[in-house]
Design a protein around this ligand. Structure first.
Ligand code: ATP
Ligand code: MG
Ligand code: FE
Length: 336
């Protein structure tokens, strides 16, 4: 079985080909970060235009890497949402064109299901499982009792973790995307600055990062006004510690409450060194629950994860029709 994945939901034009649901035969990612950097974030119109320019080149390169032609494909999986509508449309239409021209089945995939299924490229999934999804637009705890079943037991009420990282980085004048820069700085500093942790109501698995973000901004401004100097590495370390404390504590608590067999880390912020280490430490205390952390290249946006999710859906007999459309607000709980 050879599945092609296509991902264009944000600022990566990505095409991958995976064999038998698990083995990566090609994984091509064309990033647009350089074009968006000077705006300090992704500009939707520029993103769409880059996808249009890149998509056929990236498709060709993936076929070359895997040394196959379209006729060899069992199915084409594509991110149908959520994301930027103009960006999603490029991938969806490319997938439909190829599927139609070559008579290949089409499978629409939820972008976050893709992030979760990145883990299937490194391990077999064991249910019931819990995925901690931490990305640029999402922070949620997703419970799965079987393949294709997603239940969100907690989610952010304001900013996503990645969004908070990027905004804090901006306050510290670090380039976009700021997550990796904060991560690097945090390792050189001490978490010596007191910052809030949003635990929310007792028993809630929801998250909130806007208060923390504001506290960081206020700390910087107050110091400036008093003419004091804050060490950016200490601020980065303190911010990161606050984010990690809440993520790790809530994940561990939910894993126990739901009798989880496996915890999967997913999304761009899963690349964070501090978070990876803290989760590993926490889960040594829970030996009955396996913790899976994907390699860095599978944490941020890629198409291998979309192919991995698509492969499972395709095996379950789920296919999309030619009416498949980009859906920027696609809900994971009704997506199968
Ligand atoms: P979504 O998946 O929610 O649609 P997205 O696709 O834009 O959003 P991802 O590509 O999954 O997001 O992740 C990008 C985010 O990950 C950015 O906010 C970036 O700063 C963050 N990130 C990447 N590496 C790290 C790191 N090492 N530490 C913290 N954050 C990181
Ligand atoms: Mg991106
Ligand atoms: Fe993503």
């Amino acid at each position: 079985q050879l599945i092609m994945g296509i991902e264009t939901s944000c600022d990566e034009t990505a095409v991958a080909i995976i064999k038998n649901g698990r083995e990566i035969a090609a994984n091509v990612v064309a990033s647009q970060i350089e074009s968006h950097k000077r705006f300090g974030g992704v500009v939707p119109e520029i993103a769409s235009r880059h996808h249009v320019e890149q998509i056929t080149i990236v498709l060709e390169e993936a076929l070359n890497q895997a040394n196959i032609s379209y006729e060899d494909l069992s199915a084409i999986a594509v991110t149908e949402g959520p994301g930027l509508v103009g960006a999603l449309l490029v991938g969806v239409n490319a997938a439909k064109a190829v599927a139609f021209a070559h008579g290949i089945p089409l499978v629409g995939v939820h972008h976050i299901a893709g992030h979760i299924y990145a883990n299937r490229l490194v391990t077999e999934m064991t249910f019931p499982l819990l995925s901690l999804v931490v990305s640029g637009g999402h922070t949620e705890l997703v419970y799965m009792k079987e393949h294709g079943h997603f239940e969100v037991i907690g989610e952010t009420r304001d900013d996503a973790a990645g969004e908070a990282y990027d905004k804090v980085a901006r306050t510290l004048n670090l380039p976009y995307p700021g997550g990796p820069h904060i991560d690097r700085l945090a390792q050189e500093g001490e978490p010596s600055i007191s910052l809030p942790r949003a635990w929310l109501e007792e028993g809630s698995y929801d998250f909130s990062f806007s208060g923390l973000k504001s506290a960081v901004i206020n700390t910087v401004h107050n110091a400036e006004q008093r003419g004091e100097k804050i060490k950016p590495e200490d601020l980065a370390a303190s911010f990161q510690q606050s984010v990690i404390d809440v993520l790790v504590t809530k994940t561990s608590k939910a894993a126990k409450e739901y009798n989880i067999k496996q915890v999967l880390l997913a999304g761009g912020v899963a690349a964070n060194k501090g978070l990876r280490k803290a989760l590993q430490e926490e889960f040594t205390k829970l030996p009955e629950c396996e913790l899976v952390i994907p390699p860095l290249s599978l944490c941020t946006d890629n198409a291998a994860m979309i192919a991995a999710a698509g492969s499972v859906l395709f095996e379950k007999g789920i296919q999309s029709t030619m009416a498949l459309n980009a859906n920027p607000g696609l809900d994971i709980t009704i997506h199968n």
